[in-house]
Structures are given as C-alpha cells and as structure tokens.
Design a protein around this ligand. Structure first.
Ligand code: 45D
Length: 318
C-alpha cells in the first residue's frame, strides 16, 4: 500500500496530547482589538523581566524599515489605528506590506515597535484605555505556559496579523541569515534511535545545511510544522526551511522506532529546540514523528510542540 500523508499524520496519534497553545490563542481571538494589543504589550513586557529576544540585525530590518519610518511620523492616534488594522487583517497598504513579510521580518517589525514603545515614541495603548476583564483571563492563561509555549503564542499572534496576500511571496533566497552565537551540537546521539536518515536530518539542520536535509526526503515527502498543514515536496520544504528553520539548536534526546509490515518505519523522538530569537535562554519541548519509506527516505515528519515537559518521557508505541 502506498504511503499517504493522511495516514502519516496519524502515526503515534495515541501520544498526541492537546496543546494549551491553541486554547490560549482561541481566548486571545475573542478579545476586542484594543484588548488584544494591550494584552500583547503586557505579556511581552512581563515576559521581558526574565527573557528578551535578541536584538534584530540591520539586514533583517531592511524590509521593515520603510513601514517603521512611516509609522514613526504619524500622530499617536494614527499609529494606534495602524496597529489595529494589522491586528484585524484590514486591507490597507501597510497591512498588505506586512502580509508579504516573512515570519522573521514580522517578528523584527514588532520587536522594533516594542523598542519604540519603551522609548515613548509610539504609544502602547490608546489614551484612556480601560482593560476589560477578559484581558486578565488571557494573561493568566499565558502565565501558566512554559517559556517555550509563551514565545510560541506571541509568534503565532504576530504571524496572523496583516492582510494575507493572495499569492505569498515565495522568494526566500534574500532572507538574511541568523548569526549563530555558538555552534549547535553536531554530534547527535538519540537514545533508542539509529536510523541514518533521522540522525543525518538533525545534523544537517544544526548546521543550516538545508540541501542535505532535503535530500533525505522522498520527492513527494512532507514536513508538518507545529499547528500547520503539511508542506509537500522537496522544493516547498527547502523554501520553508530557508525562511524559518535557520539558526535552530536542535537537541533530540530519546526516541522509539517501529518497523511496519511493509518495511516502512515510524520513529518518534522528543527533545529540546532553541530559536535564534532567544538563544539558550528558552528551550522548547518538541517531538518529531517521522515516517520513513522502506528505502529509509523521509516520507513525512511532523514537528509538534509538547503539551508539557512530562511528554518528553512519554514515548508509547503506535
Ligand atoms: O501587537 O525540525 C508589542 C521547524 C505590543 C523546521 C507586540 C522546526 C503590540 C523543522 C509588544 C509591541 C522550523 C518546523 C505586539 C524544527 C503588539 C524542524 C510585539 C521547529 C505584537 C525543529 C511582540 C522550530 C513581539 C520551532 C516583539 C519550533 C514578539 C521554532 C516577539 C520556534 C516574539 C520558534 C518572538 C519560535 C517570538 C520563536 C521574537 C516560537 C519568537 C518565537
């Protein structure tokens, strides 16, 4: 029987525990737009007491600079309006430009706006803003998450903003590199796992060697990032990796592997991933669910955020 993405998505389904991240975002989505912006400001400044993202390099800012200049020249009321329009996905020229940004440029844009807010150049909340009780509910929900989950909530809200382009810009070759402050581990040792494709995948990813990583996939292979649909085909996966997988520190710890009757293998691994935005300060608890074809190529891999650190150890078959 040929492998299908639908069946691959369900491997190890009994180890999948509902994540508190979508639940928190669902609460956030119910807030009014002013409450949403205020909530993000409170959450971000609160989080900043313990962890702050790394400053944004000039290269990454070049794409956002025009918009940021434009916003700085506006009145406080207009600045507020632009932020509302971004959060509401309005069809305006600023919201459209933002929609074309890569994920990391979107994050860099807000990082800079947050700096301007700290300096008092841009107002974080409208004058006379009254916080609704719902904001506290969402803040409490965010506080219960671990740091890796908190930064994922922030990232997802930022990604969802702006007017969605009809055809997303696909040129990721211009995406600036993330400088690695220290080299990622290249000697990968995963307890219980010897599959060469899987080990080579981690080694390649830790040196941003996406060509090598892609060559480990079948031509029709797929990669499913956290909370997203599968990205199908080598070229699409390569584009995605160049845009979003740079500078990651991947530290897989342990796994289980099972051979299926047709000779394909399913492998589940848990471990910790660090993003270049926060470096060694924030570890995200992650699982990888691989389906390898009988020739040992990667047909499918799903990357999931674990619901809790306990899930790191709960490796059950199927
Ligand atoms: O609205 O094996 C203000 C893949 C208030 C590849 C604000 C992967 C107003 C394959 C404060 C100004 C990539 C899938 C906003 C592995 C307002 C693979 C600003 C996984 C918005 C392992 C907010 C990688 C700001 C993973 C500035 C899981 C927020 C990577 C900034 C995960 C938030 C990376 C930042 C994550 C968040 C990065 C910088 C979760 C960064 C998060």
């Amino acid at each position: 029987m040929p492998l299908t993405i639908e069946s691959a998505q369900n491997i190890f389904s009994n180890t999948q525990v509902p994540s508190p991240i979508p639940a928190t975002i669902a609460l956030f989505d119910q807030l009014s737009v002013d409450d949403q912006l205020a909530l993000l400001w409170y959450a971000y400044t609160e989080m900043g007491r313990s962890i702050t993202p790394a400053a944004v390099g000039a290269a990454r800012l070049q794409f956002a600079e025009g918009l940021l200049k434009e916003i700085q020249q506006m009145s406080t009321e207009d600045q507020m309006q632009v932020m509302r329009e971004l959060a509401q996905n309005a069809d305006t020229h600023i919201s459209r430009s933002y929609g074309f940004f890569s994920v990391n440029t979107k994050l860099a844009f807000w990082y800079e706006l947050a700096e301007l807010m700290k300096q008092g150049v841009v107002a974080p909340v409208p004058t006379g803003y009254q916080m609704s009780p719902g904001v506290q509910v969402v803040l409490d929900s965010i506080k219960k998450l671990d740091p890796g989950q908190q930064i994922t909530v922030l990232r997802n809200t930022v990604v969802d903003m702006g007017f969605e382009p009809v055809a997303p810009s696909s040129d990721t070759t211009a995406e600036p590199l993330f400088e690695r402050s220290e080299p990622a581990p290249t000697k990968i040792n995963v307890e219980g796992i010897t599959e060469p494709a899987v080990i080579s995948y981690f080694t390649a990813m830790n040196s941003d060697n996406f060509e090598t990583a892609i060559a480990l996939f079948t031509f029709d292979g797929a990669l499913q990032p956290p909370f997203q649909k599968p990205i199908v085909g080598r070229e699409a996966i390569a584009q995605y990796m160049r845009a979003e997988a740079q500078g990651l520190n991947i530290m897989p710890k342990q796994g289980i592997s099972q051979t299926l009757p047709d000779g394909s293998k399913q492998v589940k691994i848990t471990g910790v991933v660090q993003t270049p935005w926060f470096g060694v300060n924030v570890g995200m608890n992650i699982s990888w669910r691989f389906l390898l074809n009988p020739e040992g190529k990667i047909f499918f891999v799903a990357i999931d955020m674990l619901a809790s650190p306990e899930e790191l150890l709960s490796l059950r078959p199927r």
